[in-house]
Design a protein around this ligand. Sequence first.
Ligand code: HEM
Length: 434
Amino acid sequence: MQENNKWTFASSLILHTRPVRVSAKTLRYTHTFGLGGMSLVLFMLLVGTGLLMIFVYEPSPERAYQSILFMQQEILFGRLIRGVHFWSANLLIAVAALHMMRVFLTGAFHAPRQSNWIIGLSLLFLILLSGFTGYLLPWDQISYWAITICAEMLGYMPGIGQTLQRVILGGTEIGSATVINFYALHTIVVPLLLVALMTWHFWRVRLSGGVVVPRDAEQDPQAGTDYVPFIPNLLYREIAVGLMLIAFVLVIAIFFEAPLGEPANPGLSPNPAKAPWYFVGLQELLLHFHPVFAVFVIPLVIAIAMLGVPYLRYDSDLSGNWFLSPKGRRMAVVSAVTALLLTPLWVWVDEFVIGAGGLLPGVAPIISTGLLPCAVLLAGIIGFYFLIRKRFSASKNETVQALFVLLAVGFAVLTVTGVWFRGSGMALVWPWQT
Ligand code: HEM
């Protein structure tokens, strides 16, 4: 009897944030790949291992590196705990980004889910902030110089850049105030914000009656939506995926140790010095555009577009299925192939043909390497939009999705280029020469 009560209490607690009934069609694993739930599991692993590390870590430039070494060498399971934290953090960034793409590519950002899309984007921002603030804490050469690169990028922002840089670093350069700032943000402020936003996020999914329901090609979209209780149908599936993910993280943490370089040396910059992998795409932009455009104008335009995408006026309601429709899928393939071909070509041409002077050498850099190439890029993107829309006689939904795929694959190519194809002096090299 008491067991029964406990179970009822647990299930009603769960059902406060999760939907009571869900469409059986959404239970198919490939509909969501469980990516939202996986993000939650990774976050819980981060909190669990982070709490344990707080007992050993010392947030000061003099003690930080030693305390990490001590944790790895002297503490029972210290190496494993740090490894699980490191891998969960990196996986969370990738998994949350993939979850965002799943939501986009099934059109799940449309009404009534617009506000949840915005909450999701805020979650992604916070996850990146969490990764960024945690990156510095080991205080080794890798972390010190990666954060130096990011701080320099921040400084390029017109008007607010220098102030923002000073506030975040707690001074003009990276030092003890920076470690304290990053530690407080990483261990208290950002996790609390994440918990609050995640709770809101889950509640909004519940309000929408679960995730977006796939449309049935042969049937009336409203017909045959057979709803089943969340417990046990979805809950047990989520638990199974969660347990497999935890096993996976444990295995990679055992076999691949979290990196720890030499202690930070502010006087000796590694060559090349790279940002954390999730900001390397931005660092790559910096090699091609004037800094104001690379770290401010382009990211700002993309952020506004992402925030605004649910509020555009669309000509059809295609949400529910992957890539919206068979035509949407073909268009996405064309966009992906276009980005896969054109982005490396553009990187190569800019490096070896155009060069540092930009499109009009001799003219002010902000025009020749900023305004002008950005105008050419924008014209290309707008041209692509109209061309693909006409070629496929597509709806606005399908064309906006094609554009999203073009930009997402383009950014992925820039990231891969920055991580594997940049060597000494950030010159283009083959991965085996780095
Ligand atoms: C810590 C990060 C996140 C967690 C824990 C999380 C969790 C979840 C979960 C569990 C679901 C329902 C199941 C699923 O779709 O897999 C969901 C749905 C959703 N998420 Fe997230 N999410 C996160 C980040 C994001 C991001 C970055 C975005 C987009 C920018 C986003 C937008 C949405 C939307 C719009 C839905 C409703 C989708 C639908 O109805 O099909 N979420 N999220």
